[in-house]
Design a binder for this molecule. Structure first.
Ligand code: PGA
Length: 246
């Protein structure tokens, strides 16, 4: 199974989200080969969920809060997303970490809240350009994996990791596929310290229909997490077609 996770970020308003979700609901693809999950803006979550209900496309939250209910102005919890039909959640996306100041501790709490509720968390990890230039890529990834997983009792509950170098996200400058393959192999090795389960690892950062084949053709890369190219009907559907026939 190859995974296509579409992070619509804050690109689309409610009508645009509904439209894209309905178009997606009306397109056919081989759901035995391709697992499509969309992550719409919270405000349009319910509309997207309605449009996709009964299809093989799953839906997820772009971020969650860990306390189920209470005095948390502006927050939307994993519990509430679950109730609204969410089966996945992105955790620790680089825009959450670097624009909104999400800490490693926040990431851990969010990750655990999802596991506890039966939402599949997608832990996003990635080094910045500064880390890369300072030779700290592995150091950064190790630290992010350690805070999320150390002492965690995930049992056989499912989760994903997405390797998204921060400098490749939204930059039009994707990570060279050979380097991505190397990093995925390294991450899979690191994950063995924490779990005996097979954890699917997605690549993210400036993926589009023209380059997706060079990532997913290698077994170390289980799929892609796509932002920009997934938020427009034409480029999204091109991506789906490219992934069906890599
Ligand atoms: P991008 O975003 O595809 O626009 O680079 C990827 C992501 O943020 O997950």
């Amino acid at each position: 199974m190859i995974h296509l996770f579409a992070n619509w970020k804050m690109y689309l308003d409610v009508n645009e989200t509904s439209r894209l979700a309905s178009e997606l609901a009306g397109t056919s693809y081989d759901a035995n080969k391709l697992n499509i999950v969309v992550f719409p803006t919270t405000l349009a979550f319910t509309e997207a969920e309605k449009a996709l209900r009964g299809t093989s496309v799953a839906i997820g939250a772009q971020t969650v809060n860990w306390t189920p209910k209470g005095a948390y102005t502006g927050a939307v919890s994993a519990y509430l997303f679950k109730e609204a039909g969410s089966s996945y959640a992105l955790i620790g996306h680089s825009e959450r970490r670097h624009i909104f100041g999400e800490t490693e501790d926040d990431v851990r709490k969010k990750f655990e809240a999802c596991l506890d509720l039966g939402i599949v968390p997608v832990l996003c990890i990635g080094e910045t350009k500064e880390d890369l230039d300072a030779g700290k890529r592995e150091y950064r990834l190790k630290k992010q994996l350690m805070t999320a997983f150390s002492g965690l009792e995930a049992g056989d509950r499912k989760f994903f990791v997405a390797y998204e170098p921060v400098w490749a996200v939204g930059s039009g400058n994707p990570c060279d596929p050979n380097t991505a393959i190397e990093m995925h192999t390294w991450i899979a090795e690191e994950l063995r310290q924490y779990t005996s389960e097979d954890v699917p690892i997605l690549y993210g950062g400036s993926v589009h229909a023209g380059n997706v084949g060079s990532y997913i053709s290698h077994h170390a890369i289980d799929g892609v997490l796509v932002g920009g190219a997934s938020a427009k009907q034409e480029t999204f559907f091109d991506l789906i077609r490219a992934m069906e026939t890599p």
